[in-house]
Design a protein around this ligand. Sequence first.
Ligand SMILES: [Zn+2]
Length: 282
Amino acid sequence: MLIALTVDVHEEDRPADVSRAACWLQARGIPATFFVPSALFEDAGFHHQVARLPALGHEVGSHGHQHDFVEIRALMRGAASDLEFLRRSHALYRETFGAGPISFRSPAWCPLGPAAIGMLVALGYRVDSSATPQRLPIFSSTPYANTWVGARRGIHKLASGLVEVPTSCLLLPAASPTFLTLRRRAALTFLRLLLWEAQRCPDRVPCVQLHVSDFVPDAAPPSPEETLGLHSFLPRADGGLRFKVFLRERDPRRVYAIMQEIIETLHSERGAKFVTLRELAR
Ligand SMILES: [Zn+2]
């Protein structure tokens, strides 16, 4: 069974942790796709760490430019003129790696409108991994948008030359925030359910998301920028229900232990072979 492991990088991460995560995976023979907001290519601290990812056997995909709500709104319902940041992002990627990116994941897995899909095709992207089929909007960062509720669960053609590889999902995405909220036992049960489905449906490729801080047993994940209050229980159009970020495991050793078991569970799957999204596009 082919398995895609993806690691989303964000500006609140510590740059050195990008390499630590990449080396951890390389030491275990696991190629991964790192989704990086291209603004980090211009950051002296991140540039070097991100630029060496391909040499460690990993793919670098695009995670937008600034990874903010201006970009999220543009991706969901903007016109082509609102999506110039995708061109800039693409150019920065070329400057850094000498060739354009192949894979894209929207910030917060926001749904893509027709203009965004058209722009990805025009820029030569071949894989999108923004879809989270049947995710509950209320727990997403865009609670009033359709968070791919009716999206197909298997790999499929999204547009000419562009393949959708959905992030595995069932109400919640198979992703770091979910695993750290459910904790070890429930997270592994949830993952096994998705693997069970994938064993039975040939068009499904388990695609799991982690964060670089999951790989670092000596530091807490980046702390929430906000404080918990009554406002945290009202769904904001930009950000959703914020109390959810306070539910996550924050003890770095337990975070690391959960991540290790997630990867072990994937590894022990019958015929497991880890692939980057770029390889899947072939
Ligand atoms: Zn992100």
